[in-house]
Write a protein that binds this ligand. Structure first.
Ligand code: PHE
Length: 348
């Protein structure tokens, strides 16, 4: 009589490991240690063996018995422990806290600014971020040789413009092309604001980024004057920054408005340069060439007769959202908006 002890040992280890619950483990115990199990069978075999064989077979049976007992006891303890752990789930403990996200400050600022103008009767419109040279420049009276058309100042795409031979599409460098698109689709009078992203290959520093946000405004009606523009933007600044805001209109030049101005706000956000004026927007009276490019003429004023129509006129403005958020919240570096640092984002 002889037993393959090594095979029995590996069988026991495998059976014990495979037992995933106490009843399966009990079946394993019976298989090896039960009355009709392997270990009693091994002992029973000793009776017919010679004295010398007995010694070796007896030791083998003992080893198997001890191994089976030890492995089963260990496994039993392990199964009991995991059962206890599963039971120990305390539903009254606080759950895992998941951080709640929030709207980005730039989105919030866009909404707040738009709301001020919506309350004054303006309607939100959108334009595409990929534009043609026609909408971004030509229709806005920006001549072919104007420096802003240079690839140093505008991101051009590989994609060819399907409507202009030899010309490429580009990422809009301002939201003003939206003016032309809105006028092509809608007859005057109208008052719209056009928020969105704009792109310029600027070197990135504390106040410049290659992508930022603008909100364009356009109002067209009869006999609109610069005083209307000034009144509207003053009302906006007071509403948005508070009645004691310090602002100034500074003469400027834009090809698509005449006359033109920039508006500055006085700020204390830059360390050591308190009282510095910071430009927040460009504005002016819509240039007649822009009306012409959009297909507008005086007779377009809805419901008007030649005699009562007055002069087709309008104003436009374009403001920088990041600048305005920086001024309002005392943020000194435009790069913080895109650094995705939760400690910054959480504050708003
Ligand atoms: N588009 C101009 C800019 O990006 C701003 C502007 C808009 C000026 C409308 C006048 C009228 O600088």
């Amino acid at each position: 009589m002889s037993w393959d002890l090594e095979k029995i040992k590996t069988d026991i280890a495998a059976d014990v490991q495979a037992a995933g619950a106490l009843d399966a483990l009990e079946a394993v115990r019976l298989k090896y240690l039960g009355k009709k199990g392997l270990v009693p069978e091994m002992y029973a075999g000793l009776g017919s063996a010679s004295a010398e064989e007995k010694k070796a077979l007896g030791k083998g049976a003992n080893d198997i018995k001890v191994l089976a007992e030890t492995l089963i006891a260990e496994r039993k303890a392990a199964l009991a422990l995991s059962a206890k752990k599963a039971e120990a789930l305390d539903v009254t403990l606080p759950g895992v806290q998941r951080g709640l996200g929030s709207r980005h400050l730039i989105d919030q600022t866009i909404d707040e600014i738009c709301e001020v103008f919506q309350n004054m009767g303006f309607v939100i419109q959108r334009g595409p971020e990929i534009e043609s040279e026609f909408y971004n420049f030509s229709a806005l009276n920006i001549p072919l040789d104007h420096p802003s058309r240079d690839s140093f100042d505008t991101f051009y795409l590989d994609a060819k413009d399907p409507d202009a031979v030899g010309r490429h599409l580009l990422l809009r460098s301002h939201t003003s092309p939206g003016q032309v698109r809105v006028m092509q689709k809608n007859k005057p009078p109208l008052a719209v604001i056009i928020p969105g992203k704009v792109y310029r290959p600027d070197a990135v520093d504390a106040s410049h980024s290659f992508m930022f946000h603008q909100i364009e405004g356009l109002l067209v009606n009869r006999n609109v004057t610069f005083a209307d523009l000034k009144g509207l933007l003053t009302a906006f600044c007071k509403k948005y920054f508070g009645a004691d805001v310090k602002m100034r209109f500074r003469p400027h030049f834009f090809p698509f408005t005449e006359p033109s101005a920039e508006v500055d706000i006085q700020s204390n956000i830059f360390k050591g340069r308190a009282g510095k004026w910071l430009e927040i927007l460009g504005c002016g009276m819509v240039h007649p060439k822009v009306f012409a490019a959009a297909g507008y003429s005086a007779g377009d004023l809805a419901g008007s007769t030649e005699a009562s129509s007055g002069t087709l006129s309008g104003f436009a403005f374009g403001m920088g959202v990041e600048r305005i958020a920086m001024l309002k919240h005392g943020i000194g570096d435009i790069r913080t908006f895109v650094e995705n640092d939760v400690r910054f984002l959480k504050q708003f």
